[in-house]
Design a protein around this ligand. Structure first.
Ligand SMILES: O=C(O)CCC(=O)C(=O)O
Ligand SMILES: [Fe+2]
Length: 319
């Protein structure tokens, strides 16, 4: 009754509003301090070489690699997957020849579109100074490819149920194909949002050069070509400590959050890969998203937990 009196009285109402305002401010302030205290750190383990493992269980993978930020090549990761036996250059020509795929130019932001058949023709007729690469081609909208796709058990699809448009808009690839000729590369980078990633070779061969996250200031924001570094232009790079590995058909590599890398196709190669958000890095990814966009970044964890909310937010233009 007394509360009703305050609400009906302008002075009482203002008092309640001011009190609520300050209490809310205080709660937000305390939560912010608590959150900053719990800021998650990027975890990584230095290595001299990348380990090759077989018969690894999912729990072993999490314990020995994902939870400590350590790269690994899982030699039999793609062994039982349909795509490993079904997909090859002939399959892409006959089943997907007319699809327009995204094509990148070596180590540059420039991209265009080309049909898969035209790209495969280009591989055989190209001039020696041309380096076009079907890279980061998200296949979730192409049932003739996506229906065959299943990720290795170590890299479960974290994007199930999320709207495709959301995945495209925020570049959260969940199944990206790479078809490139010898010497193609997307350039030196670390993967978005402090997510980790995996890449598996279906045919061909890749060379991967990796660096621990603490060396970032030596990389000139990724302008260096680690396969042919220009030390006059980028002298700090001379101090960097690369670790190299070769990735062959059937093998998949886990690249932990924050590790810089450049990958080059040593032969005409088909590969598939994805960003990875799992129980080891999701908090770090959400924190990174919050730093980029405080409001959206706070909505993302909800979207990942309840994909139907993502559809709703997307349809009303909130994200
Ligand atoms: O295989 C490649 O060319 C690049 C893989 C990669 O690093 C990525 O997609 O982020
Ligand atoms: Fe990458």
């Amino acid at each position: 009754m007394q509360l009703l009196y305050y609400f009906s009285n302008p002075l009482g109402f203002s008092l309640i509003a001011i009190t609520l305002f300050f209490v809310t401010g205080l709660v937000i302030y305390v939560l912010k301090i608590l959150w900053q205290k719990n800021k998650c750190q990027l975890l990584w383990t230095p290595i001299d070489s990348v380990e090759y493992r077989s018969n690894l269980s999912y729990d072993e993978f999490i314990l020995e690699y994902a939870s400590v930020g350590k790269p690994v090549i899982i030699a039999d990761a793609m062994k039982d997957l349909k795509i490993s036996t079904k997909w090859n250059f002939d399959f892409f020509r006959s089943e997907c020849g007319s699809i327009e795929a995204i094509v990148k130019e070596n180590s540059s932001e420039i991209h265009s579109f080309m049909t898969v058949a035209d790209y495969l023709d280009y591989i055989t007729t190209r001039e020696s100074n041309q380096y076009l690469y079907i890279a980061d081609w998200n296949i979730c909208n192409y049932p003739q490819l996506f229906n065959d796709y299943k990720a290795p058990v170590y890299f479960p699809d974290w994007s199930k149920g999320l709207p495709n448009k959301f995945i495209e808009k925020y570049q959260f690839p969940n199944a990206n194909i790479f078809i490139g000729h010898k010497d193609t590369s997307i350039g030196f980078h670390k993967d978005q949002y402090n997510a980790s990633a995996w890449i598996g070779v279906i045919c061909g061969c890749k060379q991967i050069v990796l660096f621990t996250p603490d060396q970032e200031e030596l990389f000139y924001k990724g302008k260096v070509d680690v396969f042919n570094p220009d030390l006059e232009k980028f002298p700090l790079y001379a101090k960097a400590n690369p670790v190299e590995a070769i990735l062959r058909p059937g093998e998949a590599m886990y690249i932990p959050s924050g590790w810089w890398h450049q990958v080059k196709n040593l032969e005409d190669t088909i590969a598939i890969g994805s960003l990875l958000i799992n129980r080891c890095n999701s908090e770090l990814v959400f924190q990174t998203l919050r730093e980029l966009s405080p409001i959206k970044g706070r909505l993302f964890p909800l979207i990942f937990k309840f994909p139907w909310l993502g559809k709703l937010f997307f349809s009303i233009g909130l994200i």
